[in-house]
Design a protein around this ligand. Structure first.
Ligand code: ACO
Length: 436
């Protein structure tokens, strides 16, 4: 970051000397006011719940312009990456900063492929869960448990350990998600196959059985690869910030990523794709397209607690560029599977059209986010609704690990320790129990 010749001056209405705060430029995006010395100089903290105006870190990985609806991974627009690169090339880009040449791509793909199996003991660990456990509960446990299986890559301060942990996490996540799925439906786990692509292998582990040949459908393979690419990173969102905060204590990478998985589960974040599909199914059950008006009325009523899931975003105040790409993929997949007349897809399109024309949504700049269509695609492919967020976690793992490794390598990195505005009781004396 570059020091700007602009400076911020902070003064107080009740007098006292004002202070000057340095301002820094990034390469693109808003400047930041450096408040690191604010407490030492004024005895005051800043107050910013939800981090609405706070940059918690500098980062060179992902840039979002929410007003333009622009998403760049290492400078490359998501629209170009989604069309010209596959997911593993995108992973390489996020981790190392540049797109791979053919040799680098082969080497990286080989390394990931050679780590797709998980320790055989993990299936016994998995067996401890109830069969009806939510996949995200299982994933939080399994990812955290990796640190108990791969001791030789748990030292966050060792660059070799960080590198191996990154490869292991990217390689093993599809295996773990597929195992969690097979476990809940009582089918045997399918071992990974090295002759398949990353996305093809995931489809194989999910949908093959030992009894029959399974042929990967190239349209579905491309769709899965695109879902992975679109979800690979998204700068300092809630789960990524969780991974950074958790990792800032020096904990091992598997533990930090497990924290990210837990955060992603929430319906305001990764759980939105599951929530969006459940919402569409509910509307469909209660009258479908004819009931959209009634549903929108409920959404606009603050007391109803109903939200249009898959709409709105903290950063995008324009169309989420990933939603457009996901809508194309949705068209392709439904056509391939002969589901063009899928009532849920029609309902989603009608709902989107009405919401985009409605004053409530227009004035609040609420547009569809990536999750509005990703649920329909996944459902059409045969992925069960409760597994959607686990697929998102699989895809986001590379972003989490790239951001974690960037933080550890940053000379300004410190343990994350927010401060607070205390509003509780002042100091008081404890009464013994007979006097309370
Ligand atoms: N439906 C109805 N109203 C909404 C929605 C929605 N989906 N999203 C925001 N609003 C309204 C809010 O009620 C608020 O209205 P007000 O100004 O009258 O009080 C206004 O729009 C601004 O919204 P905030 O909640 O203040 O925005 P914030 O940035 O805090 O929230 C969030 C963003 C959490 C994503 C929100 O839009 C939401 O809950 N959306 C639905 C869940 C969802 O799809 N999440 C996925 C996010 S993308 C991802 O994680 C990959």
């Amino acid at each position: 970051m570059k020091l700007s010749d602009n400076k911020a001056t902070l003064s107080f209405s009740k007098g006292g000397s004002s202070i000057e705060l340095p301002v820094y430029h990034g390469s693109i995006g808003p400047d930041v006011i450096d408040i690191r010395k604010l407490y030492a100089q004024t005895g005051m903290f800043t107050y910013d719940p939800g981090f609405l105006s706070t940059a918690a870190t500098q980062s060179a990985i992902t840039y979002i312009d929410g007003d333009k609806g622009e998403l760049l991974y290492r400078g490359y627009p998501i629209e170009q990456l989604a069309v010209n690169c596959d997911y593993l090339e995108t992973c390489y880009l996020l981790l190392y900063g540049e797109l791979p040449n053919p040799g680098q791509k082969k080497d990286f793909t080989d390394r990931v492929t050679m780590h797709t199996m998980v320790n055989e003991q993990m299936q016994f660990f998995l067996r401890g869960f109830r069969r009806d456990a939510h996949p995200m509960a299982i994933m939080t446990g399994l990812v955290g448990a990796l640190s108990a299986f791969y001791h030789d890559s748990t030292d966050i301060n060792n660059p070799k350990h960080r590198e191996v942990a990154a490869i292991r996490l990217i390689a093993k996540m599809p295996t773990l998600v597929a195992m969690a799925y097979k476990y809940t439906i009582g089918q045997p786990y399918m071992y990974p196959r090295n002759d398949l692509s990353y996305a093809g292998n995931f489809l194989h582990m999910m949908f093959a059985t030992p009894c029959a040949d399974y042929k990967v459908n190239p349209v579905l393979e491309r769709a899965i690869d695109r879902i992975f690419t679109l979800h690979a990173d998204h700068e300092q969102n809630a789960s990524t910030s969780t991974v950074r905060l958790c990792g800032s204590s020096g904990t091992n990478p598997f533990a930090a990523i497990a924290a990210g998985v837990a955060c992603l589960w929430g319906p305001a974040h990764g759980g939105a794709n599951e929530a969006a599909l459940n919402m569409l199914e509910d509307i469909q059950k209660n009258g479908g397209v004819d009931k959209i008006g009634e549903f929108i009325k409920q959404v606009k009523d603050k007391n109803s607690g109903v939200k249009l899931m898959g709409f709105g975003h903290r950063v995008y105040k324009n169309y989420d560029p990933r939603a457009k790409l996901m809508q194309q993929t949705c068209d392709e997949v439904l056509k391939e599977l002969g589901l063009e007349n899928d009532p849920l897809f029609k309902l989603a399109k009608a709902l989107e059209k009405i919401a985009l024309e409605d004053e409530y949504f227009v004035s609040r700049k609420l547009y569809p986010n990536v999750d509005f269509y990703s649920g329909i695609v996944q459902r059409a492919i045969g992925i069960p609704v409760p597994l959607f967020t686990a697929v998102f976690a699989l895809a986001r793992t590379v972003g989490w690990i790239a951001q974690l490794n960037e933080m550890i390598g940053d000379p300004e990195y410190k343990i994350g320790r927010p401060r607070q505005l205390f509003t509780g009781a002042e100091k008081r004396d404890v009464k013994t129990i007979d006097k309370r």
